[in-house]
Every structure is written in structure tokens, then in C-alpha cells.
Design a protein around this ligand. Structure first.
Ligand code: ARG
Length: 457
């Protein structure tokens, strides 16, 4: 059987060219949205008097049969099914006869594929949105559960200041919360219906595009037919969003990997999210988190891939654009794994508060000692220098900052008095930072409350 577009051709397509051109292996997952789009389009052209009521009924129920076949897994692909659009139309013809040939009146695969992709994205983004919310909720719950656990905070991977474990974990909530905002924002631009744009120049049959868009659940229509078939920036935005989520999750994964080492031992991954070694019996590896980190590579690559395809191609549809879907689907699929896996790891990992406490070393409160001097009236720069000398002294004496005597303290600065004891604790250090966004218990509880409010919206 010749291709659906074969009328003006006198020679068969080269076999390799056929395989090169066909996209069915990639786009068949859009079967159901393609069928919904066709049913809505049939309703639109019926209202525009292209079809009789009876023809519409036959087309829609014929398409229902095709949809059933896809849902049951009985749809049989034919050798000449070039893409999902031609496959559905071919099968519809087998079921209802030549009437199937009226469905494509005024429509092009160019507006059809753009519509299908958007419908598919809206479905998939709906699921991912739920997964993203669930991951955020897991993070908040875990943070609330361990609100009182202290640990060293790091910059440059060097111990810096004491923080709450919950505060560290909540930092990832806020990253992912921005990804939630990005998703809501980009969804507005995905939710525009291109159907009725035709190949590039619009629809000559007087269809009501607003009604058609509404029928398909879109918020709006695309307002320029040439843009409608050319536009792939909704995919670029989506893949950028996906890459951003990957970047966030990969950093969380890296923290968890480091902290689950023997050397740190701050957290222990559940067996459910770890795997063993085929040779070393003692090993329990954090593969879940390593794969989250590793798979972020493909999320970045997918974004670059689609941008590279779109760069500089002439306006409207070019076949290059068929290359948009593999990257899109791969990102959607990958996120569909990364989010629940990450949530599972966080929910099931155990926290070793003793190990974290043991890692809290005296030098972490050096800044608090400087703050003490500032409160006694010293400019911060001077205080910084004095505490630096105090650190040297403690190193000389081989004792921690908290174990130096008051005389030692006073030898570096007369402003030290007995009340300096009050700042020489990790608890005092985290509690001192009680402004919004800080480490004090009240401040962390405040951000947890704010986070829960956002998740409930
Ligand atoms: N399989 C094509 C794609 O995914 C459908 C659109 C084909 N349009 C065309 N004019 N050949 O982009």
C-alpha cells in the first residue's frame, strides 16, 4: 500500500529512507491523544457542515474502536504505518471504510502533531506535578520529624557552622518548590491548542477553534497558524524545567551519598534503595542516589538536543521537528523515576543523630565567639582577627575552643567575661540565628509551616 501522501509519486520510497523517515516507533505512545484530537476535530468540522451527524457518529465510534485496540494492546502496526497519525487513519479506514478519508479535511499532520504533543505533555505533566508535590511533602515531613537534630553545615565541603538537619533538608524543599512554580507557569504555554492551523496557513472550513480547544481541555488557542506549527519552545521550556529538577535532585543525591559513607555515617539508606556488590560481600551501595545523579546527565543532554534541532531552521514545519519527541519523552520518563525514587530514599533513610553530633567540632562556633565580641562593642573585623588568634591558641594547646580557660580567652581580648560560656554551645549557635530563614528551631518551624501552606494550595 502506498503512503497516504503517495498520489504524486511514481517511484517507491527507498527502503532505508522509509525507515529513516518513519517515526512510529517513537510517536505511537501518542495514540490515545491522537484519537481524542481526531474525535474533537471531527466534531469541529461537523459543526462547520463538512460532515453530517451520521458521518460524525460513525467516525467517532470507529475511532473508539481504534482506541480500544490500543488500550487492549491488540492494535497491529502495518509495515507502511509511517507515524501514529497515518497508522490511526489507516486503521480507521479498515474499520469504517472510505468515510475515514473525510477526517483529515482541512487538517495537516503539522497542526495534528503539535496538538498531540501538547495533549500528551499536559497528561504527563499532571502526573509529574503530583510526584513533585509528593517528593516535597516527604522532605517536609522528614524535616519536621527530625527538627531537633543538629549537624555541621558545610561550605566548600569544610565544616562551617552548626545547622539543624531539618534546615539542610528543607533547603531542597525550596529548590523543588520553585520547580513547582516553574511547572505551573510553563503549563499555561503548553495549554494552547494549535489544531486548525493546518499545514501553516490556517483552516478554510470555518471551524470554531475556540470551541475545539475547549473540547480538548486546552486553556487557549494558538493565535498565529505559522507559529502554531513551528513552535517547539513549550518543549524547550519543559526540558529546561526537567534539567533544573535534575540539577536539584543530583545535589541532594550527592549530599546523601557523601553522608552515607562510613566516614560520615550521618544517614543510612534503606536496603530497599541500595544494592550490593557481586564480589565484595560487605558492600551496600547507594545506587539509587548515584543513578539520580547520573541520569541528570540525560536531562541536560535532552535540553541541548531539542535546542540544537530548533536552531536556525526556516519558519513553520520542517522535518527536523520530528526529532523533538525522543528527548521530550525521555525527560518525562526519567523524571517519572527520579522523583518517586528520591522521595522513597528520603522517606526510608535513617538519621544517625549521634554521628552528626560527634562531627560537631568546636571550631564551628568561632563565628559565634566573634558575634559575642561584636555585641560587646567591637567592630566585626577586629573580632574576626581576635577569634583567629584564639583558634591558633587552641591548636597550640591541643584543646577545643570550648575547653580553653577564661584566662586564655582574656589573653586575646579583655572584653571576654564569664558570660562567654553562654555562646560556647552548638545549640546556642543555631538558636542565635532566629531571623526568618535561619537555623533556630522557631525559624525552621516557621519555614515548615510556610512550606505546608504552599503544598496545600
Ligand atoms: N511524524 C511527524 C512529526 O512527528 C508528523 C508531522 C509530519 N508532517 C509532515 N509534513 N511530514 O513531526
Amino acid at each position: 500500500m502506498p503512503a497516504l501522501w503517495g498520489g504524486r509519486f511514481t517511484e517507491d520510497t527507498d527502503a532505508l529512507m522509509w525507515a529513516f523517515n518513519a517515526s512510529i516507533s517513537v510517536d505511537q505512545r501518542m495514540a490515545l491523544v491522537d484519537i481524542w484530537g481526531s474525535q474533537a476535530y471531527a466534531r469541529a468540522i461537523q459543526k462547520a457542515s463538512v460532515l453530517t451527524e451520521n458521518e460524525l457518529t460513525k467516525l467517532v465510534s470507529g475511532l473508539d474502536v481504534v482506541a480500544d485496540e490500543f488500550e487492549q494492546g491488540t492494535f497491529a502496526l502495518a509495515d507502511k504505518d509511517e507515524d501514529i497519525h497515518t497508522a490511526v487513519e489507516r486503521r480507521l479506514g479498515e474499520i469504517i471504510g472510505p468515510l475515514a478519508g473525510k477526517l483529515h479535511t482541512g487538517r495537516s499532520r503539522n497542526d495534528q502533531v503539535a496538538t498531540d504533543v501538547r495533549l500528551y505533555m499536559l497528561e504527563a505533566l499532571g502526573h509529574l506535578s503530583e510526584m513533585l508535590d509528593a517528593t516535597c511533602k516527604t522532605i517536609v515531613d522528614k524535616a519536621a520529624e527530625h527538627i531537633d537534630v543538629l549537624m555541621p553545615g558545610y561550605t566548600h565541603m569544610q565544616p562551617a557552622q552548626p545547622v539543624r538537619f531539618s534546615h539542610w533538608l528543607m533547603s531542597y524543599f525550596w529548590m523543588l518548590d520553585r520547580d513547582r512554580e516553574r511547572l505551573a507557569d510553563l503549563t499555561k504555554r503548553v495549554s494552547c491548542c494549535p489544531l486548525g492551523a493546518g499545514a501553516l496557513a490556517g483552516n478554510a472550513y470555518g471551524i470554531d477553534r475556540q470551541a475545539l480547544a475547549k473540547d480538548l481541555g486546552f486553556d487557549d488557542i494558538t493565535w498565529n497558524s505559522m507559529d502554531a506549527v513551528a513552535d517547539r519552545d513549550m518543549i524547550i521550556e519543559c526540558l529546561s524545567w526537567g534539567a533544573q529538577i535534575g540539577l536539584h535532585l543530583s545535589r541532594l543525591a550527592e549530599d546523601i551519598i557523601i553522608w552515607s559513607t562510613r566516614e560520615f555515617g550521618f544517614v543510612h539508606l534503606s536496603d530497599r534503595y541500595s544494592t550490593g556488590s557481586s564480589i565484595m560481600p560487605q558492600k551496600k551501595n547507594p545506587d539509587s542516589m548515584e543513578l539520580v545523579r547520573g541520569k541528570t546527565g540525560r536531562l541536560l543532554a535532552n535540553l541541548i538536543q531539542i535546542m540544537a534541532v530548533c536552531k536556525g531552521i526556516p519558519s513553520t514545519y520542517d522535518k527536523d521537528l520530528q526529532e523533538d519527541k525522543e528527548a521530550l519523552f525521555d525527560t518525562l520518563d526519567t523524571l517519572g523515576m527520579l522523583l518517586p525514587i528520591t522521595a522513597g530514599v528520603v522517606a526510608t533513610m535513617t538519621i544517625d543523630a549521634d554521628k552528626m553530633a560527634a562531627a560537631l567540632s568546636d571550631e564551628l562556633i568561632a563565628t559565634d565567639i566573634a558575634d559575642y565580641l561584636v555585641k560587646k562593642g567591637l567592630p566585626f573585623r577586629e573580632a574576626h582577627g581576635i577569634v583567629g588568634r584564639l583558634v591558633l591558641l587552641s591548636e597550640d594547646k591541643g584543646v577545643g575552643l570550648c575547653s580553653l580557660s577564661l584566662e586564655d580567652y582574656r589573653s586575646t581580648c579583655e572584653l571576654f567575661e564569664a558570660d562567654v560560656q553562654g555562646v560556647l554551645s552548638f545549640e546556642a549557635s543555631v538558636e542565635a540565628r532566629d531571623t526568618a530563614g535561619g537555623t533556630a528551631r522557631s525559624a525552621v518551624l516557621e519555614q515548615i509551616t510556610e512550606a505546608r501552606k504552599r503544598l496545600a494550595q
